[in-house]
Design a protein around this ligand. Structure first.
Ligand code: SF4
Ligand code: SF4
Length: 203
């Protein structure tokens, strides 16, 4: 932007420091713009656009079987070598994955596995809250991939959310915290009371 402006204004721009003035005016504008503080994760969370590539999920058909035919193409094309597929033949004589592991710690979220899949089975969803304290916990299995959320109907919004805090009562009684430490979205997308974050920041 600044380079284009210099080219356009030529020596006049250089003499009158137009680039500098343009930068200062931008700073000044943001000084008086409305402050936007994203209250993540306690009160709200961002739903990414549908093109976002997050946690993988495996699609299932109407009969509840996975679409995956364990052809291993995703595993072969993966540049990080982070997918392990071991096929087996199910009771109906279909080739299915017995083991389907993805090491999310190595994954680039490039989407090549999704592009290579001939059965429209593997997709990269919108889940981005996948942090863990050990690398072992980042290896997801077939059941995790089936249960993982898919694409939201419409992303690009801030949703009401709440943080699940440690269950202190359960911790005292059993020594174990039975609750998952993650963020859940309250309500559905249709019931969203969020606002368009990008619209607000541009005001
Ligand atoms: S998104 Fe890319 S890096 Fe990750 S599992 Fe798929 S192909 Fe491999
Ligand atoms: S997810 Fe797709 S590409 Fe990967 S093994 Fe299954 S059918 Fe093949």
């Amino acid at each position: 932007m600044a380079r284009t402006m210099t080219n356009k204004s030529g020596w006049i721009g250089k003499v009158f420091f137009l680039d500098l003035l343009h930068g200062l005016s931008l700073t000044l504008r943001y000084m008086f713009a409305r402050t936007v503080t994203h209250m993540y994760p306690d009160h709200e969370k961002w739903i990414p656009y549908s093109r976002h590539r997050g946690h993988h999920f495996i699609k299932t058909n109407d009969e509840g079987d996975v679409n995956c035919v364990a052809c291993e193409l995703c595993s072969k094309i993966c540049p990080c070598d982070c997918i392990i597929v071991i096929p087996f033949e199910d009771a109906k004589g279909n080739r299915r994955p017995q083991v389907f592991d993805i090491d999310l710690a190595r994954c680039l979220y490039c989407g090549l596995c999704e592009d290579a899949c001939p059965a429209d089975a593997i997709k990269l969803g919108q889940e981005y809250e996948i942090s863990a304290t050990t690398t072992e916990a980042l290896v997801v299995h077939l059941e995790d991939l089936i249960a993982a959320p898919g694409k939201a109907e419409n992303g690009g919004q801030v949703m009401p959310a709440k943080l699940i805090t440690p269950d202190k009562t359960a911790l005292k009684k059993t020594g174990k915290d039975t609750r998952t430490h993650s963020v859940t979205v309250e309500g559905t997308l249709k019931a969203a009371e969020g606002y368009d974050w990008w619209q607000r920041i541009r005001k």
